[in-house]
Design a protein around this ligand. Structure first.
Ligand code: SAH
Length: 275
């Protein structure tokens, strides 16, 4: 049945064909009738159907017109499935939760669970969007590329640690649930995947005075990941190298360390000092 509509590469279409994995995703999401789920990239609706059986409501977002037509037909009789045709990156999530669309039977759960086998070409923008709206989202149970999973969970000291890792650890508790072989998808992607579970933090683990500025600072720093910290910081914030070196030494951070070895707390300290 997957073959009837030719998959569109440009939309990152790679459909899960292994029913066992889909069921495991549902188990991992620990759904109840009180949950409203935002599904990103519903595709043919295999996961959508399972979510609908287990949650109070599913709001399934899909960008492909043809697939949306198919989804509308498939879920015509389901009262708890809403299909939204459009780009997840442009969707106003706030309207879904407080714009009267939330299932009245689930009124207590105003925070959404996000579930999806993501379109991989926009994994990072999707995460950034959800982080910005984290007061509206409680959990993420998402399929991502293995390499992205490794960057998401990386801790300081790991070569995979980068701006994405810092951002993920700041906003959520993240866990790698299980790896998924590329053979579980059609068309088969070049790389393996991984199911990730994230629970959004209500309080950040470190305090920073200006989150937006903090993360653009972090992004700038990892732009020079092979360089020594004092060099990169000096470039990013246009302060003399010697001055930066002194500031770092003052708070006990080795100016010659590489960004991937710096902890979230240390980044927050550096940011506060320099800001
Ligand atoms: N959940 C399905 C499909 C996953 S493939 C399954 O597991 O089988 C990713 C899906 O995301 C595709 O259906 C693709 O059309 C959709 N998609 C791609 N870009 C999107 C975007 N910007 N917004 C919403 N959906 C998108």
């Amino acid at each position: 049945m997957f073959i009837r509509i030719r998959p569109l590469k440009k939309l990152g279409q790679s459909f899960l064909t292994n029913g066992r994995i889909s069921r495991q995703i549902i188990t991992c999401a620990k759904l109840s009738c009180e949950d409203t789920v935002l599904e990103i990239g519903a595709g043919h609706g295999e996961l959508t159907g399972l979510i609908a059986e287990n949650a109070g409501k599913v709001i399934a977002v899909e960008m492909d017109k043809k697939l949306c037509r198919l989804l509308h037909k498939k879920f015509y009789e389901f009262k708890n499935v809403e299909i939204i045709e459009g780009d997840i990156l442009k969707l106003d999530i706030r309207k879904l939760t407080w714009g009267g669309k939330i299932n009245p039977n689930c009124a207590r759960t105003s925070r959404l669970k996000v579930v999806g086998n993501l379109p991989y070409y926009i994994t990072t923008p999707i995460l950034m969007k959800l982080f910005k709206e984290k007061d509206l989202v409680s959990h993420l149970i998402i399929m991502v590329q293995k390499e992205v999973a490794e960057r998401m969970i990386a801790n300081p000291g790991s070569k995979n640690c980068g701006a994405l890792s810092v951002s993920v650890h700041y906003h959520a508790k993240v866990e790698e649930v299980f790896p998924v072989s590329k053979h579980s998808f059609y068309p088969r992607p070049k790389v393996d995947s991984c199911l990730m579970s994230m629970s959004m933090r209500r309080c950040a683990p470190v305090s920073v005075s200006d989150e937006e500025l903090f993360f653009s600072f972090i992004k700038g720093i990892f732009g020079g990941r092979r360089k020594m910290l004092y060099n990169t910081i000096s470039r990013v914030v246009s302060i003399d190298k010697k001055e930066v070196e002194k500031l770092l030494l003052n708070i006990g951070i080795n100016p010659k360390a590489r960004p991937e070895n710096i902890s979230l707390k240390e980044f927050a300290d550096i940011f506060d000092l320099i800001k």
